[in-house]
Ligand binder design. Sequence first.
Ligand code: GLY
Ligand code: MN
Ligand code: MN
Length: 430
Amino acid sequence: MKYHPINNRLFIKNRGKFTAQMKSKAIAVFNSNDIYTTGADSSLPFHQHRDIFYLSGVDQEESILLLFPDALEKKHREVLFVKETNDHIAIWEGAKLTKAQATATSGIETVYWLSDFDKVFFDLMTEAETIYFNTNEHYRQAVEMETREDRFIKMVKDKFPAHSWAKSFPILQNIRGVKEQEEIDLLQTACDITEKGFRRILQFVKPGVMEYEIEAEYMHEFLRNRSKGFAYTPIIGSGFNACVLHYIENNQTCKDGDMLLMDVGAEYANYSSDMTRTIPVNGKFTDRQRAVYNAVHRVKDEATKMLVPGTIWADYHVEVGKIMTSELLGLGLIDKADVQNEDPKWPAYKKYFMHGTSHHMGLDTHDYGELKTPMKAGMVFTVEPGIYIPKENMGIRLEDDVVVQETGVPLNLMKNIPIDADEIEELMNS
Ligand code: GLY
Ligand code: MN
Ligand code: MN
């Protein structure tokens, strides 16, 4: 791991929050992600499943976490299973967690080798009535492959058909959506690394550079700051490409006179950051570019103010839509008749701003978190309005990551990342 060790107090607290919501005589199991193959003996870099990480801090493949608060033997109330290691295995396969290290990482006293799982699990299931399955019910999920969690569920349904089932996801959605201070600190670190990347490219971008060269500059800065790299596939789109919301080719030349949209964020310790900045390729906004840019900036600032305890996400989007409507009227992109005749299900502003303004952000870029209940202090949201004008080869989006606070004053984790149009010009020309 490149990141600094995380105090296991965080994972102890997270487990406490999960088990507090479990039924009695119930076991919950969380599996690592698979290491995904690319063919032959090659594989993609390992990415830990966010749930087992959240609950244990264990960042290693083939690990299993078992929670059983009502276990008759105290030592089995929380158990970790990790791949066996010893001096010989360490030479061939690289360093893996020893039992003592697994305990230090997670705060869990009982650690077994993975080869003991079947026996221990069978024994504990004889004491339990309910087994919690960790199915993926994220509102954006569209997963086709079978995960280790899926295989585990199949195995349990086959071998233990008399147990009742329960869902881990609603509990995780509830608790992961509200961040602990330690998590906000980790998110801040991810945002600070992203800031370093952005400041680097402000000195680098000029007419003629390729979008992928800019991607490389970000990666350079991220890696040298203990990040594994991008938290999600970066979007680096100049000119018309900025209007393609999921443009990830990043293979075109940045041309003089065009705007350049960059939706990039560093990960740190498996936590995301999610930033978008849009800058003039030649370091100077035209009047039109500046007018559209400032309109987006104002919408972002107004939207941010609404991220306070009690706000309902859907109502917030309606309000942001009204602010955007007024900005688009000001820019002459829509007129009063467009607004009067608009379809309430697809208001006029959607022609130029067709995506949502905010999503939960955390371990996952589109993080778990409740959307239908009032916002709570400790929730972290992006704020990402945009105006896309394909006819003008211009798409402008600005995106920051913001913490909802009890005080009613939102905390912008990206407040130090340059965004003011004058400051951007100054930094690009210094
Ligand atoms: N980078 C993905 C998003 O902004 O939602
Ligand atoms: Mn983004
Ligand atoms: Mn986002």
